[in-house]
Design a protein around this ligand. Sequence first.
Ligand SMILES: [Zn+2]
Length: 495
Amino acid sequence: MDIEKIRKDAEAFTKEIEEEYYQNLGGFKDELNISSIYDKYAHLFTRDVVDFLRKLRDGAEGEEKRQNSMLYAFIAGEYIGNLTKELDERYMTEDAKATVKIDGKDVPYRQVSIMISNEDSREKRSMMDDLTDPIVERHNEILKERMLKLHDLAEELGYGNYIEMIEDLKGFKIRPVKDMMESFLRETEKVYVDTMNEALEKWGITVHEAERHDVSYMFRAKEFDRYFPKDGVVDNWKATMRGIGIDPDSQKNVILDTEERPKKYPRAFTMPLDVPDKVILFITPHGGQDDYQAMLHEGGHTEHFAHVDRAHPFEYKYLGDVSVSESYAFLFNYLPTDGLWLKKFLKMDDETVERYLRFAFLNKLFFLRRYASKIIYEMELHSKRDIEGMDAKYKEIMEKGLKIRHKANRYLLDVDDGFYVAQYLRAWIFEVQLRKHLMEKTQREWFLSRDAGSILKELWSYGQKYSVEELARMIGYDGIDAGPMAEEVKGALEK
Ligand SMILES: [Zn+2]
């Protein structure tokens, strides 16, 4: 076996998969033929290659170990994915085909959550949510089998359990992230309950009485729509980027696809087709505050990929710590939690800024507490093979963290593979530290500083070579720390 050949094929495989998704999600063709690409590269995803790369990694040092670790994690992940492929396909097919009857009409199951967030009547929201229960129960049959399979595969690969496997593949410990978030939950408990009650008051319910559908309706926040018009989505992002000295219109390697096509995937996403030479950002603007955030988020990913050093090996350009790219995406995503940015770029008046900031920080706090609860739950879920009784555990842990009512049957649906929850949390934590660093090195309004742009370009050039913990140390911290994140949210919401 030859590592250079494996590396070359892994890169070719990645690019072919990206291209296939680009064609499908971009709405250029109906089919998605990833299995034929998997077949073509089947020689990469065998147990022998997995074992070979693991041994090579264990014996390597320094730069070589860094690169080999990423390649091993990638191949092992695809090896596992290959063995759960049939269950995934069955699940995706059922998910896409499922419908519920609402007002006598067959509505695709996948559209129900959007309808719920737009529905003014509480009764009707609750009814729509209940209608999805039978579909969720059917999904659970497949998801349960899939979860047990993942747990078995971890043992087959020689790990004590799934948690140990993910820690080894991703190169960071999950427990410290969970511990940090448990303190975060304690520290923000009072301000969370108070602010949620204040926000829910106009519908006559308390946080303990609220259901998940009430909260998704509340965070839809129609009242702010007029500040976030559809035709301003892209220009707002471009203007923001010019503030730090980057002009998207003159970047030849950044392609913006804003065209409305019937089969184009409706949500914003980034396709790094050839890092750093061809990065495509897809968006079909529809307006609203969440659309602006989605554009800023994907714009962060796009500029990161577009500035990666061309000389890097495949691993640093495409693999590595995904929390890194998510941090850069969050950095721009959360600009609407900065009053000065709201005034400068959206021309909001003082009174609206104050109201919007309360909304935006409560929204952020809700998500942070939700992911904090999820990581606690997922550590229990993955600690042993058997998942009996985890549905009740899910309800208990989520309700302890968020107070609002949860349905136990969402206990497998609400889980992303490979502790992605921890990677998001590390990104949220590091983003606050990075932003503070930019402000200290440049100015309070860092988003109007070319120097901030230069600092970012330097960090972006590394790709995902370094982890967020390493980057935090590089810019002067002891490591990642959720303290500043808790302080910021509390400062914004406490009265
Ligand atoms: Zn992202």
